[in-house]
Write a protein that binds this ligand. Structure first.
Ligand SMILES: Cc1cc2nc3c(=O)[nH]c(=O)nc-3n(C[C@H](O)[C@H](O)[C@H](O)COP(=O)(O)O)c2cc1C
Length: 479
């Protein structure tokens, strides 16, 4: 038996040559994790937050310009915007056109060169007129929701004016349908997509029974839309941002959806509870006062479910009371005014003015968590620091885990070397003692030690593998 050969058998795997994945936490500046900017077409918003358009005068130039000054995308909602004009009941469409034009101009003036968008419902009867105004006034981006923006989009004029288009959808299927239609019929695709999940405020793009179904949670839909849109984007040589909406309340929530592949978030409820929100303080106070049980799903006269804050007005209409009204004009294509219990535009306009006896407030599922009305800048600061905290905490957690495994590996390395030393010494002794006996026992011992070393090796390599995974994870949360 050749002792040299045995030694070389044991030392074939030279642990000293194995390197730990190199990550030097002390040289890595632990991220003062900032949210990345949001790119939509030719726009870059400093923070990836879109203020959701909120119709019938809740988000006008006041709120939109404040959000754009804070680095996000401020959005004016076009539907029934003419209700802020004195002649809406006589000239609905004209009042809408005039009011939208005025509000875009005001928002741009006050917006400090920030980004101003317009939210337009496809289901509006004056949807094309509203789009024309937004294009003429060069709004930076149009969010088109409540229906599929397919036919009749003036794509050439939109592109010439440098306006960006972002449809709002509730499923990967709808996103595929819109983007596919555009690709085929317009030779271009929209510049981004908002995915509104079932926790959102306002009208919901889900059937009643889907709202509570886990298969339709925003966390489930976002990765599906991201996959679909990435594929279409790649085909068109473009990166198309996916923006998550519905129930997003904290910096932690923003972090969660960005991790799931979204490039930004759209928030409504949080922006209602701001000083700059254009609604009456009485409207905002409903959000502060709301309890969890007050947030309810309603069946809107438009034929879609919606989420709102319970009050006597809603109790009445749900128990069948008909609120008398005269339809100002057929503003929504699908509204059957003669069968409706009330006019939704009039009710929402009353609420906007703080008259909650004759109206009600749309609100997201988290509205009961609103505790006070704050300036937009304070809300944005809170969201930014919430986001940073969660990134820092998760990097810190990974760093600790990394150090624990590294310590374990160092111990394993020592143990490995000790086993080699012991084994060789023992073998040397046994070899001398039994050289003449040609002992079988010796061979068995060698095999035993080899098995032990193999298992230590396996454990060690597994640890190295985990370190690499942790390193990757750390680098991904810190960028
Ligand atoms: C009071 C209110 C009015 C809204 N009005 C509209 C609207 O006119 N058009 C639209 O596309 N979405 C509307 N929404 C939805 C928001 O734009 C946004 O997507 C939604 O509020 C996100 O959910 P969150 O409230 O949980 O943040 C409204 C939401 C609220 C709370």
């Amino acid at each position: 038996m050749d002792l040299k050969k045995i030694r070389s058998q044991f030392q074939k795997w030279d642990i000293s040559k194995i390197e730990f994945p190199k990550i030097d936490f002390s040289s890595l500046k632990l991220p003062k994790a900032k949210m990345s900017p949001l790119k939509i077409g030719n726009l870059t918003a400093k923070i990836p937050i879109v203020q959701g358009g909120m119709g019938v005068g809740i988000s006008l130039s006041g709120l939109a310009s404040a959000v754009s000054r804070a680095g996000g995308i401020g959005v004016i909602a076009a539907n029934a915007i003419g209700m802020i004009e004195p002649d809406y009941f006589k000239n609905g469409v004209e009042a809408n056109i005039r009011a939208l034009r005025k509000e875009i101009r005001k928002a741009k003036e006050k917006g400090d060169n920030g980004i101003i968008g317009v939210n337009i419902m496809v289901a509006l009867n004056d949807y094309h007129e509203m789009m024309d105004v937004a294009i003429e006034e060069k709004a930076d981006v149009l969010f088109l929701g409540a229906g599929l923006p397919l036919r009749g989009i003036p794509v050439e004029r939109i592109r010439k004016a440098g306006v960006n288009i972002v449809p709002i959808v509730s499923s990967a299927r709808a996103a595929r349908l819109i983007f596919g239609y555009w690709e085929k019929n317009y030779g271009t695709i929209p510049d981004g997509v908002v995915v509104e999940g079932p926790e959102a405020g306002g009208h919901l793009g889900f059937k009643h029974e889907q709202i509570e179904d886990p298969a339709f949670r925003l966390e489930k839909i976002i990765p599906e839309v991201v996959e679909t849109i990435n594929e279409i984007g790649k085909r068109n040589g473009r990166e198309i941002p996916v923006i998550a909406a519905g129930g997003i309340f904290t910096g932690n929530d923003i972090h969660k959806f960005l991790k799931l592949g979204a490039s930004g978030v759209q928030m409504g409820t949080r922006f209602v509870a701001t000083e700059e929100c254009d609604a009456d303080p009485g409207f905002k106070q409903n959000f502060v006062n709301a309890k969890k049980d007050d947030i309810m799903i309603i069946k809107s006269p438009v034929g879609m479910p919606g989420r709102a804050i319970k009050n006597n007005f809603l109790n009445d209409v749900h128990s069948g009371v008909k609120k008398k009204f005269k339809c100002p004009w057929q503003c929504l294509e699908s509204c059957e005014a003669d069968k409706a219990n009330y006019c939704i535009s009039i009710a929402l306009n009353n609420a906007r003015k703080g008259n909650m006896i004759h109206g009600y407030a749309f609100a997201g599922s988290n509205a009961y968590r609103v505790k006070s009305i704050v300036p937009v800048s304070e809300l944005v600061d809170e969201l930014k620091s919430g986001y940073s905290n969660v990134v820092e905490q998760s990097s810190e957690k990974i760093k600790n885990e990394f150090e624990i495994i590294k310590g374990k590996l160092i111990r394993l390395k020592d143990e490995y070397e000790e086993v080699i030393d012991q084994a060789l010494n023992q073998l040397k002794k046994d070899y001398r003692n039994s050289i003449n006996k040609k002992s079988e026992y010796l061979k068995i011992e060698i095999e035993k030690q080899k098995i032990k070393l193999a298992s230590l090796k396996e454990e060690f390599l597994e640890g190295i593998g985990t370190l690499s995974i942790l390193q990757k994870e750390f680098l991904s949360v810190s960028t």
